[in-house]
Design a protein around this ligand. Structure first.
Ligand SMILES: C[S@@+](CC[C@H](N)C(=O)[O-])C[C@H]1O[C@@H](n2cnc3c(N)ncnc32)[C@H](O)[C@@H]1O
Length: 371
């Protein structure tokens, strides 16, 4: 923005928009920050396209490519690809060799953009944008009236994007770190246990556990029928139908009891009655069983969320988590950064009196709660 600063500020003062003296450097610094954010918001669509059209995957490990080569490899239109590549270079995602007019996705960038199985994969979250931005009018209405926007009112992009966003973190940590951190649970799962995964969405958490503990039985529940159908399809594709079942059920009335482990992955705060859900879970636990409550790693202290992950989480709370809870007309609408004290209090009131922070990752905090 260099060079435009003084002229802009002159205009600002002439219009007498701001009656007090401003720190001009701070204005220009903040203007630059907001323009950078605007660029990221615009570029997010290009990242979503690159992810969904398989462009990053096609470029990964391929070395320098011309637009024609990328078009041939992907079957996509070269004219569009040239524009997309220019945007990727502008954002520093892809490098350009002017002499050869070729483009390269560096291997380190491919680790973040190209492989959904990599623990560092982060492109999946951009799939959600289509759904989030489409909610703007409903949110305007919500801000004015207090009405919620139900999870099921969104498009498939939210459901698919959520699954893609959380899956790498679960794949990297759930079995190697989080389950071992739940005292005694790992042994039960190895020997053969009953597990309920509440608000399971596409069921990646359920399936990761089922793959690791073949002697146990896993029951995924979610009140959203299309997600349950998708979860069933994925489980069948992965040959897990013998030990996993997915059913449509709400968190306050899911069937069964005697569960050794009941899990809530990034969903408790989306519910209108999270206390009721925990109360039902308490009654459905086997003697000595535990709840694993996985929540976003964000804080009730709003200033503590001023970091990249905190910003993603808290912004998602405005767009999805809070409106989803409000739409359920329950006693609570916590938002996704209510913090550990609020969660512990909720569990205690539901009869889960033993509470512990069991594990933590950059994205999640994992709590163990039991009677
Ligand atoms: C942010 S998504 C998380 C999905 C999945 N656990 C994951 O980690 O990818 C929240 C999920 O909670 C489900 N959900 C919200 N309220 C619910 C309720 N009252 N009963 C059952 N499921 C609910 C939604 O349908 C959605 O699938």
């Amino acid at each position: 923005m260099a060079g435009s600063g003084p002229a802009l500020l002159e205009w600002w003062y002439r219009e007498e928009v701001v009656p007090v003296a401003l720190d001009e450097d701070r204005v220009m610094e903040f203007l630059e920050q907001v323009v950078t954010d605007g660029g990221a918001a615009m570029a997010g669509l290009c990242t979503a396209l690159g992810d969904r059209l398989g462009l990053y995957t096609a470029m990964a490990g391929a070395g320098p490519m011309t637009t024609a080569q990328l078009a041939e490899r992907t079957g996509l239109r070269e004219r569009y690809l040239r524009e997309w590549l220019a945007a990727q270079v502008a954002g520093g995602y892809v490098t350009h060799d002017a002499a050869a007019d070729s483009y390269t996705l560096p291997d380190e960038h491919a680790a973040v953009l190209a492989d959904p199985d990599a623990p560092t994969y982060a492109a999946g979250m951009f799939t959600m944008l289509q759904a989030l931005y489409a909610t703007e009018d409903a949110l305007m209405d919500g801000f004015r009236t207090g009405r919620g926007v139900g999870w099921e009112e969104h498009s498939d992009a939210l459901f698919a994007g959520t699954a893609k966003f959380f899956r790498p973190g679960y794949a990297g940590s759930l079995v190697p770190e989080w389950i071992p951190a739940m005292n005694g649970t790992e042994g039960k799962l190895e020997a053969g246990a009953q597990v309920a995964d509440i608000g399971c969405g596409y069921g990646w958490s359920t399936m990761l556990m089922a793959e690791a503990y073949p002697a146990s039985r896993f029951h995924g529940f979610d009140f959203h029928q299309p997600s349950i159908e998708r979860a069933r399809g994925l489980a069948a594709e992965r040959g897990l139908a013998d030990r996993v079942d997915f059913r449509v059920a709400g968190a306050q009335d899911f069937p069964g009891d005697g569960y050794d482990l009941i899990t809530f992955f990034d969903c408790l705060h989306d519910m209108g009655d999270p206390g009721g859900a925990l109360h039902h879970a308490r009654q459905a636990l086997a003697e000595g069983g535990s709840c694993m409550i996985v929540e976003p790693n964000a804080s009730a202290d709003v200033e503590a969320n001023a970091n990249p992950i905190g910003r993603v989480v808290v912004s998602a709370s405005v767009a999805v988590c809070l409106p989803s809870a409000l739409a359920q007309h329950g006693p609570e609408a916590m938002g996704n950064h209510a913090g550990e004290d609020a969660m512990r209090d909720l569990a205690d009131r539901a009869g889960l009196h033993h509470w512990r922070l069991a594990a933590e990752s950059p994205v999640n905090r994992v709590y163990a709660a039991s009677r």
